[in-house]
Design a binder for this molecule. Sequence first.
Ligand SMILES: Nc1nc2c(c(=O)[nH]1)N[C@H]1C(S)=C(S)[C@@H](COP(=O)(O)O)O[C@H]1N2
Ligand SMILES: [Mo]
Length: 377
Amino acid sequence: MIRPDEVSGRFQSKLHEPRTAALLGIALGVTLTICFATGLLSHAAQNPNAWFGWPARPAGLYRISQGLHTLCGVATIPILLAKLWVVFPRLFEWPPVRSFAHALERLSVLPLIAGGLFMMLSGVANLARWYPWGFFFTTAHYAVAWITFGSLVIHLGLKWTIVRSSVGQGRTPEADPDVVGSRRAFLGGVIGTTGLTLLATAGNTVAPLSSIAALAQRRPGVGPQGVPVNKSAKGAGVLDDISNPGWLLSITGNVSRPIDVTLDELRAMGQRTAELPIACVEGWSTSATWRGVPLRDLMAAAGAAPGATALIESVQTGGAYRAAELNAEQINDPDTLLALELNGQPLHRDHGYPIRLIGPNRPGVMQTKWVNRLVVS
Ligand SMILES: Nc1nc2c(c(=O)[nH]1)N[C@H]1C(S)=C(S)[C@@H](COP(=O)(O)O)O[C@H]1N2
Ligand SMILES: [Mo]
């Protein structure tokens, strides 16, 4: 095999070697697999007609899986940068192609690097709610995930023998003590950086860490009524609508008695209290106490068939998150509420006054605020 330092004298470090690359590769394999699996879960949760019906329980599942998704994504950044640095000299390998298998191996690296960098950058930009591009984040992040993970699987398959032999080799007596020492220091640095990055981010969902979460975009407990806000009433352009005392909730569609319910009528119905998290796709989450009318009671009042599904809509006219679907299991869950209160007070306008949806195990984007219409199907 041609050693990179023979190709170019510019790469002096002894760390441009297979064992360091293999160990970082294993770490990336783990974080990217968790990112991919939890990403698929998030996709399924947001697309109720996907390949399986997203369950309403356990109530905090989405909070955990999406927290893992964003934290593993963030942890990937230092590991991926370290890995790219270690294997960088191989770009200058000569001859560039030795065989068909070698050509395939080199080609598989392209979508892996490009895809990995795209996932990392687009994910972080989304956490910062910064969209300097023309495409819709969710669709692009989802499509490129398949390309990246597909090339990761191919890459790991092609490299498996090297990974196995170089991981075993580190313990053999002929290992160069110099390389072993600098590798330990280098990998220790990568682990330390990853740990610090995680500590600076995890507080957006793990409340006890929130005070040190320098990189967290939202903190549990910080916001009106002790809950962070994603989109404010002003930002959604609903300030005029929600100040109308004649607010009506219409229940229409496939029901035997379409009804318009006033706020007083809603307040007079049987109320239920539920402790449920808001778990944003961006990774922040917080638990809160909600009080309101179970959605299934309202559906029954309008004469919806058992097993019906529904689309819940906001008075907001634009925006990707003005409406959300509910499957039958979610509707039948007693804790799926049209909430009027949050943490013991009438909803703050930024949390969806006068009415918002809150349900167990739903992504934040589907906890629709300023609700005025329920279309049953
Ligand atoms: N109508 C409407 N509802 C919405 C949104 C929105 O933009 N419009 N944003 C959603 C998102 S992304 C999240 S995370 C939650 C956050 O709820 P909160 O602002 O009350 O914490 O509201 C959801 N409900
Ligand atoms: Mo969100």
